[in-house]
Ligand binder design. Structure first.
Ligand SMILES: NC(=O)c1ccc[n+]([C@@H]2O[C@H](COP(=O)([O-])OP(=O)(O)OC[C@H]3O[C@@H](n4cnc5c(N)ncnc54)[C@H](O)[C@@H]3O)[C@@H](O)[C@H]2O)c1
Length: 382
């Protein structure tokens, strides 16, 4: 089996998820390549002990990402750092000739995203993708196959949601994800937006215009010392778009990203209504896929328990349920598979592309303009 030697830059929440996925690669019996974590970097070096304690393969643990990028011992890098660092670290990684899995939003704003895409264009040999794991849930993979087969007929509407609720607590301490200088002007859209865009963008359903309503509900939060400080990022965003399918047929698309959605923990969900089929899926109940198929007879919503039918074969029994860490493992399988073979097994068993991140930036930038001027903003996504 081919080994792809990985460095991780940014060893917080998401860095650990990747390392753990790499540690259980034996879960995927049909892969012809595997990741090996050989180097880790974090500005806070105290977080590196967990890695060096658990991974004998690590030969470099550093606080300086340029030292990691200078190593000839590394083929690919996962970068999971705050958004204000995406442009610099992604561009440096690409310039160093390392394959890159970057985290969303793939640049703190559109100019940063433009710079990252320009760096990719200058280094066509480097394979670059953006992390987005929810499409790998089995129910969503089935929906993807339905989209590929044209099962929905003409799309009537698409709704995509990503909702959290812990920010409902006004005393939750502020962190970098609630600070404009580190998280960006997009606020919740930068954090959650690529996740809701991935499926419609991959389907070729692209917004032509947007009217956004953005809310900053908690305007202050305690800092580490308990003093209340301004919290200026957008908590919630509702984007109502007019979208077009590949044939130019128009339909409404609503994308909601909310940090303050009472009762929701990390609920990623989507709903597609079409003239010949409809589908609903939510990670709230990750086994459950709801489908309505219409051929002129009764219109009946059916419920399917999908179990563990994964895009990349897993050793887990088919009846067992699928969870967040499984979706991370499947997403990494998609990255490694495409890097190693040059193609994805199907349209939706693939990671988000840099082009898809660029479309998301155009949309979120237009959403900020729409909110500021209370207008509908036209988009040209090509
Ligand atoms: N795909 C997902 O589901 C998902 C979930 C959460 C976060 N994210 C994304 O992952 C990225 C990181 O988020 P997180 O939740 O892991 O954050 P985190 O705060 O847990 O980790 C970020 C790490 O980066 C480190 N860091 C900061 N500056 C650095 C530098 N100059 N060099 C090296 N390391 C540095 C920090 O010390 C921290 O350990 C963000 O882009 C975020 O949007 C993705």
């Amino acid at each position: 089996m081919k080994t792809i030697r990985f460095g991780i830059i940014g060893c917080g929440l998401m860095g650990r998820e990747f390392a753990s996925a790499a540690a259980r690669w034996c879960h995927l019996p049909e892969m012809d390549a595997r990741p090996e974590i050989v180097a880790v970097c974090d500005a806070n070096e105290s977080v590196l002990d967990w890695y060096t304690d658990n991974f004998q393969t690590i030969s470099l643990a550093t606080g300086d990402y340029k030292q990691l990028l200078a190593s000839d011992n590394i083929d690919a890098v996962y970068v999971a750092v705050p958004h204000n660092l995406h442009q610099q670290v992604y561009c440096d990684t690409i310039a160093a000739g390392k394959h890159l899995m970057g985290e969303k939003p793939f640049g703190i704003d559109k100019p940063a995203n433009d710079a990252i895409l320009a760096a990719i264009a200058q280094h066509p040999d480097v394979f670059v993708r953006c992390s987005s794991e929810f499409p790998f849930c089995p129910g969503v993979q089935r929906i993807g196959r339905m989209i590929d087969a044209g099962a929905f007929g003409r799309v009537i509407e698409f709704n995509g949601f990503f909702r959290h609720s812990s920010d409902l607590d006004p005393d939750k301490a502020i962190n970098w994800k609630r600070m404009i200088d580190k998280n960006g002007e997009y606020g919740c859209m930068g954090d959650l937006g690529m996740h809701v865009c991935h499926i419609p963008f991959r389907a070729g359903w692209l917004p032509r215009n947007v009217r956004a309503v953005l809310s900053n509900i908690m305007t202050t939060r305690p800092d580490k010392s308990g003093k209340r400080v301004p919290c200026e990022t957008w908590d919630n965003a509702t984007l109502l778009c007019e979208a077009a399918d590949g044939d130019g047929n128009l339909f409404p698309m609503t994308l909601k990203t909310q940090r303050i959605a009472p009762g929701e923990t990390n609920s990623w969900s989507l709903e597609i209504k079409g003239t010949t089929a409809c589908a609903r899926f939510s990670t709230k109940n990750p086994r459950r896929l709801e489908i309505l198929e219409y051929d002129g007879g009764e219109q009946v919503w059916g419920q399917i328990d999908t179990g563990h039918e994964t895009a990349f074969k897993s050793i887990t029994g088919g009846i067992f349920e699928f969870g967040f860490s499984d979706s991370i493992l499947q997403m990494w399988a998609a990255f490694i598979h495409e890097l190693s073979t040059g193609s994805a097994p199907s349209t939706f068993a693939a990671c988000a592309t840099p082009q898809e991140t660029a479309w998301s930036h155009t949309l979120f930038t237009a959403a900020l303009e729409s909110q500021a001027n209370q207008t509908v903003v036209e988009l040209e996504l090509t």
